[in-house]
Design a protein around this ligand. Structure first.
Ligand code: ADP
Length: 746
């Protein structure tokens, strides 16, 4: 059964149900019709039997009246007195003739001897006449009995003909009990069979009346009993009663054909059976159609599921109806669409991840190299006189290294390894602040429109980086509109109750702020889309594009836990939408930056830990030249040893974050355990995913940095230059989780 296809199951099951239902209906109708017919026959039979009894009684009464009339004729009395057979007979025959009657008339003398009779065979004696006809007539005024004459049984009545107490004779009037008599008793559809020793009269052809019928009643002629009998092949129901006078002898059996009564129902039944076949045929055709309607889409769905499982994500079901099946097909298509997009997204993000890791690694190493190049160039520039001929070359080296620095920054941004300082940012304020700068950037041919949603909540992000994002998008928009257009920057709040799929990413439910940058430029070709965010992908000529704009945007947005989507049609502009998670309530905007410390010299002791020797030497030289005492170490262990043995105070630890052996933050924690007043400034080219340092901490110094940047940050960490060499005691016990000094503005 389970191996049968769904179509056959539906078809088979509904067909069996249908046939059963139709058959049950027919059987029920048939049984009800049979019971009803039998009931009706029985009622009719009882009524007919009573009618037969009444008719027979009426007939006897008629005979009696005729006999009494004849007996009262004076002529007959006179003739009877004469005893002349011929004249009496003539009289009787004349009476029959004149009155157009056909009864059997018999005249008896007072002793019971037949004087005359109207039937032809007048010779047959009536031996028991005296007993049967005379004595009862004398007693009660009339006698009813049967008489057999010439093989015919008659039902007769005799009355005495008397005058003034003298009896002249008797008159007997009889009618033959035969087929005609049976016919006269017949009522409605009933058949009448008259039985004495054998059948004497019947409305049915005699040969059809079998012994079975006769014996059924002769054995027990109880009147009211109803019996079933067969006459030939026909089924009858019958009842019986005695007729033909008071003397028992003739039995009238009243029969009604059950088959004939059922005939109309049989016709209906044939009609119903025909109808049943029609219903079954139609039903089966319907169920075949239904099965097909249901199973065809299911089969297609199965085919689709297999195709999708086999990796064919282009498979689409035809949506041919608006019903549940159509909805199912639509959901399937949406699901496959979703899966396809998800796979695209996964592929894209894997690609970005891989490229990002590569870029991040390159940028890290480059940072150290660039620091040394830029730093040494700076040192040399400081030593050369203003008109030294080497100055120009050195300046070129310095400028090139700065460009390199900017490039590695962008690569780090893309690889999401930038050191971010997230705060609660009001995007409306940020965009408004940027407006003037953007107008200058996009030129006069492009109109800047702002559509800022009022009462916008804040996002958690690094404002500097978000400015970078908007600027990169605006530059691309400008480049897409060489002959002018409109650049629209829009902000709005969005709430997703469930997973939301953009073309590029799947956004989890939550509250977001969207900032979109839309242009009316030439749009993005379909072929360009897959590479849009790849680093170094550009369609612009070398002087204009580096291909790092969108990859930087991508990196910053992803590192800020945001999402990006792009909508574009060739020749109809492009809209880049960035979704940033809404800041948690209570997270306030960053405090205004503290007063910038301008002083860059000092005399405090710095413990410098850096594994790259060239970088270490450069930093050491820079610090020393600014007046600081420097204790240099190549790794964490070395630094711990120095800290343990150095007798004087160490004011600040300046350490790289990522070093072989011990990481910067761990070293800082260890040293602070024994030297609680130790301030910490960490240096890093990038953050890695497992960094245990709060990203927003201002005690991070991002590589590559310049000499002045370093000196300024060191001074900030140490606090204003005090008169003594001892740094001020930490007045503020609120430290972050590392035990590092609380934040200062960058
Ligand atoms: P670059 O701007 O240096 O080319 P990007 O990474 O910023 O690098 O952009 C990559 C490419 O994406 C561009 O060269 C351009 O083809 C396409 N692009 C970016 N923004 C738009 C835009 N708003 N309209 C049309 N094309 C764009």
């Amino acid at each position: 059964m389970s191996r049968l296809s769904l179509r056959w199951k539906i078809f088979g099951l509904s067909s069996v149900l249908l046939v059963t239902l139709v058959a049950a209906t027919l059987l029920y109708v048939r049984a009800r019709a049979g019971a009803y017919t039998l009931d009706r026959i029985q009622q009719e039979l009882t009524a007919t039997r009573e009618a037969v009894e009444r008719a027979d009684g009426d007939r006897t009464d008629g005979l009696r009246e005729t006999a009494q009339l004849l007996a009262s004729f004076p002529e007959l009395k006179a003739l009877l007195e004469t005893g002349d057979q011929a004249t009496v007979r003539d009289f009787l025959l004349t009476y029959l003739l004149q009155n157009q009657r056909s009864e059997l008339l018999v005249a008896l003398d007072p002793s019971g001897t037949v004087i005359a009779r109207t039937d032809i065979d007048a010779q047959v004696a009536l031996p028991e006449a005296r007993v049967r006809w005379i004595l009862p007539a004398l007693e009660t005024g009339s006698a009813e009995n049967q008489l057999v004459a010439g093989g015919t049984i008659y039902s007769g009545v005799s009355v005495p003909a008397e005058a003034s107490g003298t009896i002249f004779g008797f008159v007997v009037v009889g009618v033959p009990i035969d087929d005609a008599y049976a016919a006269s008793l017949q009522r409605g559809n009933a058949e009448v069979v008259l039985v004495r020793d054998g059948v004497v009269g019947a409305t049915l052809p005699r040969d059809r009346v079998t012994r079975e019928v006769i014996d059924a009643w002769r054995a027990e002629p109880s009147a009211a009993r109803l019996r079933d009998v067969r006459v030939g092949a026909e089924r009858f129901v019958g009842t019986s009663t005695s007729i033909g006078g008071r003397a028992p002898g003739v039995l009238a059996i009243v029969l009604m054909s059950r088959d004939r009564a059922m005939a109309p129902y049989r016709e209906i039944e044939i009609g119903l059976v025909g109808l049943g076949f029609l219903v079954v045929a139609l039903g089966m055709a319907g169920s075949a159609m239904l099965a097909k309607t249901i199973t065809t889409p299911v089969a297609k769905l199965v085919e689709g599921t297999r195709a999708v499982a086999a990796g064919d994500l282009d498979y689409r079901l035809d949506v041919t109806s608006r019903d549940e099946i159509g909805a199912l097909a639509e959901s399937f298509n949406t699901m496959v669409d979703g899966r396809r997009r998800l796979e695209d997204q996964v592929r894209q993000s894997q690609k970005m991840e891989a490229v990002g890791r590569l870029a991040g690694g390159v940028a890290h190493d480059f940072n150290n190299l660039l620091m040394v190049i830029a730093g040494r160039a700076e040192v040399l520039l400081g030593r050369l006189g203003a008109d030294d001929p080497l100055r120009r070359d050195l300046q070129l080296i310095s400028d090139a290294s700065k460009r390199g620095t900017s490039l590695t920054r962008q690569l780090l941004a893309f690889s999401r390894r930038q050191i971010l300082r997230p705060t609660a940012v009001d995007l409306n304020a940020l965009v408004t602040r940027m407006a003037d700068m953007l107008r200058r950037l996009i030129g006069e041919d492009v109109v800047l429109q702002l559509a800022l949603s009022p009462e916008l909540r804040r996002v958690t992000a690094d404002p500097g980086q978000i400015e970078q994002v908007i600027m990169n998008l605006a530059i691309n928009a400008r480049d897409a509109m060489p002959s002018g257009g409109v650049l629209t920057i829009e902000t709005r709040g969005l709430v997703f109750a469930e997973l939301h799929m953009t073309g590029l990413m799947t956004v989890p439910p939550g509250r977001y702020i969207a900032v979109s940058v839309a242009d009316t430029g030439h749009g993005i070709a379909e072929s360009v889309r897959p590479f849009l965010f790849d680093p170094f992908f550009t369609t612009k000529d070398a002087s204009k594009g580096t291909g790092l704009g969108l990859s930087t945007v991508y990196g910053i947005v992803r590192q800020s836990n945001g999402y990006i989507d792009v909508q574009s049609e060739p020749q109809h502009g492009a809209t880049f939408t960035v979704l940033l998670p809404e800041a948690e309530q209570g997270l306030e905007a960053a405090a205004p930056h503290g007063a910038v410390v301008r002083t860059s010299v000092g005399s405090e002791t710095v413990l410098l830990v850096e594994d790259e020797k060239d970088v270490r030497d450069l930093i050491e030289e820079t610090l020393r030249s600014a007046g600081y005492r420097v204790l240099a170490a190549g790794n964490g262990q070395e630094a711990t040893g120095i800290a343990r043995t150095y007798p004087g105070p160490i004011h600040v630890l300046l350490s790289d974050v990522l070093m072989p052996g011990m990481r910067g933050p761990t070293l800082a924690r260890q040293l602070q355990a024994t030297r609680p007043n130790l301030r910490v400034l960490l240096m890093s080219g990038y953050t890695d995913p497992v960094t245990d340092l709060a990203e927003g901490d201002a005690t991070l110094l991002q590589k590559p940095f310049s000499a002045s940047e370093l000196l300024q940050r060191i001074r900030e960490v140490l606090g204003p230059l005090s008169s003594g060499t001892h740094p001020p005691v930490n007045q503020n016990p609120s430290t972050d989780y590392l035990g590092l000094p609380s934040r200062v503005g960058s």
